[in-house]
Design a protein. Structure first.
Length: 308
């Protein structure tokens, strides 16, 4: 009887909260019997309810080419798109985005390489996938011209605890000269962006934090955004807003949105580690995309729903 009352109490409280915001159900404590509401699974490590992924990885709706992605979301075509499916020709993952700049990715020259292309993902085990210098420069210049960006990655860590932060994806010159990135610190997900309002080591003052973000054996969908018109940054995890911050320069009536403070001559796009090899992340990545605009909450949810 006590367990039944606890379950009914969880159901009533959760349904009341969901009337205001369905995403509020994420991360709620499991009941005494380790149960959650329909559509959620109890993660035994954190004793928290996590949304189940669709069994087919998405809803089958179009959404990666500027068309309606389902849920009424109008999804713009990305500047950069990588969907990792098997070994690419010559070991170079081609950019699938329809418009320039073209930004390919290949394993950095390391021994051992630490990169392995699998049937539905790329596995990173101490290695780094990176863009050629000129292609990376073109991407940075495009994002600086826009003053805004969104970055999407589907990732699954090989260990629930990694530190550094271990770099899942970054646009940077080194681990102390960052433009933007997402990394794993312990079991937490950290996102950062460098602007006029931060120092060059942007990950020392992260834009967003999602605690206990990596349950074992479950991929995560992450989107980082920056809106140059407002100075607002955001991080979405599995389609729900996790955290964010505002970047402003000046005070009071003189305050204005901060510009992105990046060096197109030295920054490089990379997956799995920094170029200096000091912050390796181990795990798999299924998809990477970059836009020159901030995506909103509806678009983030639509991308999560369609899967990698």
């Amino acid at each position: 009887m006590r367990s039944a009352r606890a379950t009914l109490g969880l159901l009533a409280a959760a349904l009341a909260a969901a009337c205001t915001d369905p995403a509020i159900l994420d991360g709620k404590a499991c009941d005494e019997a380790g149960r959650c509401l329909p559509g959620y699974l109890c993660d035994p490590g954190s004793n928290r309810c996590l949304r189940e992924l669709p069994p087919d990885g998405g809803d089958g709706q179009d959404g990666g080419d500027g068309q309606d992605g389902g849920d009424g979301a109008d999804l713009p075509a990305p500047l950069v798109l990588h969907i990792f499916r098997g070994e690419p020709a010559g070991g170079v993952s081609p950019d699938l985005a329809p418009a320039p700049p073209e930004v390919s990715l290949a394993a950095a020259a390391r021994e051992p390489v630490g990169v392995r292309f699998l049937e539905e993902e790329v596995e990173l085990q101490g290695g780094r996938l990176e863009a050629p210098a000129e292609e990376g420069r073109a991407l940075v210049e495009a994002l600086l011209a826009a003053g805004s960006f969104s970055l999407e990655v589907w990732c699954d860590p090989a260990a629930t605890v990694q530190r550094g932060p271990a770099r899942i994806v970054s646009l940077s010159a080194s681990h102390v000269d960052d433009g933007l990135g997402a990394g794993q610190e312990g079991n937490d997900l950290i996102g950062w962006v460098r602007s006029e309002a931060t120092g060059p080591d942007a990950n020392s003052s992260s834009l967003a934090l999602a605690e206990q973000a990596f349950p074992a054996g479950r991929p995560r969908h992450v989107i980082l955004t920056y809106d140059g018109a407002s100075g607002q940054s955001a991080m979405f995890v599995d389609g729900a807003l996790a955290d964010g911050s505002t970047h402003l320069v000046g005070e009071g009536a003189e305050a204005r949105p901060a510009l992105l403070d990046w060096d197109a001559g030295t920054f490089a796009l990379g997956l799995g580690d920094e170029a200096d090899g000091l912050h390796a992340w181990r795990g798999t990545i299924q998809r990477l995309a970059v836009w020159d605009r901030p995506l909103d909450a509806i678009q983030a949810q639509a991308l999560y729903s369609q899967g990698p």
